[in-house]
Ligand binder design. Structure first.
Ligand SMILES: [Zn+2]
Ligand SMILES: [Zn+2]
Length: 265
């Protein structure tokens, strides 16, 4: 497996820092008694969020690799995900985890989520490791400047590290000012916004590989679809598999929703 040298250095520095400073919970900020990413309460909430069914196929999220309609049109037929994104639940542990990944740059959280993704991956993707390659949906330069880092990149590196897979920065943003997807309401606007937003990065080695495309949230799938097209058409990837912490389910079956409510009680 190959991981960038800079990432190895980053991991060593992290281990040193971990010994010097007390760890805090990424969600609530409480000091942790044992090393980790989340306090027992927040970890319990996170585990509960993972008990939800997929929302699209009705299977438990753990054993489902189903993709969204939009992604299927871009021939992305498999997607690995950890939990459902629930609009209007900004105070939920899931939403706070995503917020922390974007804004807090906590190595413990990336490490934890990388392991969680690796475990989910091993349950639904059975191809040999040599045929798989991890990459990510790059943020815009504006987002990287504002946050100081690209959280999708760090998440993809943490996954590659935990799963023992190769990592490659396959995609680059074209240097035009595309707006942030989350500010667009409709699917049509999102598709227009990302059309031609990505190109193949120099030195990309995805030819013939099954590429795991990492992102934090898949909303409409417009961005991931565009990336998948570039990876297949320009990069020669054999398959693109979406890997996301969270997915916004479409066509949610109301009966499944009721089951979810019961589970939550
Ligand atoms: Zn906590
Ligand atoms: Zn499913």
């Amino acid at each position: 497996m190959s991981l960038p040298f800079s990432y190895r250095v980053h991991r060593i520095l992290f281990r040193i820092r971990e010994r010097l400073y007390p760890a805090v919970c990424a969600v609530c900020g409480e000091a942790l008694e044992a090393p980790g990413a989340l306090c027992p309460t927040c970890l319990g909430e996170y585990r509960r969020a993972r008990l939800f069914d997929c929302g699209q196929c009705g299977k438990p999220l753990d054993s489902c690799a189903c993709s969204t309609d939009t992604l299927r049109k871009a021939r992305v037929r498999r997607m690995v995900k950890l939990f459902r994104y629930r609009a209007g639940h900004e105070q939920s542990t899931e939403s706070k985890i995503i917020f922390a990944l974007k804004h807090k740059n906590l190595e413990t959280l990336f490490h934890f989520m990388g392991k969680e993704l690796a475990e989910a991956l091993s349950r639904v993707i059975s191809e040999p490791k040599e045929s798989l390659l991890v990459t990510y949906v790059p943020r815009t330069q504006g987002q990287i400047t504002a946050n100081g880092y690209d959280h999708a990149r760090l998440l993809a590196l943490a996954l590659a590290d935990a799963a023992g897979l190769s990592f490659c920065r396959c995609l680059a943003r074209r240097s035009r000012r595309d707006k942030e997807q989350k500010k667009m309401d409709s699917y049509g606007l999102r598709v227009k916004n990302v059309a031609d937003a990505f190109c193949l990065a120099r030195g990309c080695s995805c030819r013939g590989k099954r590429v795991l495309l990492v992102d934090d949230v898949v909303t409409t799938g417009a961005t991931a679809s565009e990336c998948a097209r570039v990876l297949r058409r320009e990069g020669g990837a054999k398959e693109v598999i979406a890997v996301s912490l969270s997915v916004v389910p479409h066509n949610v079956n109301p009966l499944l929703e009721n089951q979810d409510k019961l589970k939550r009680k």
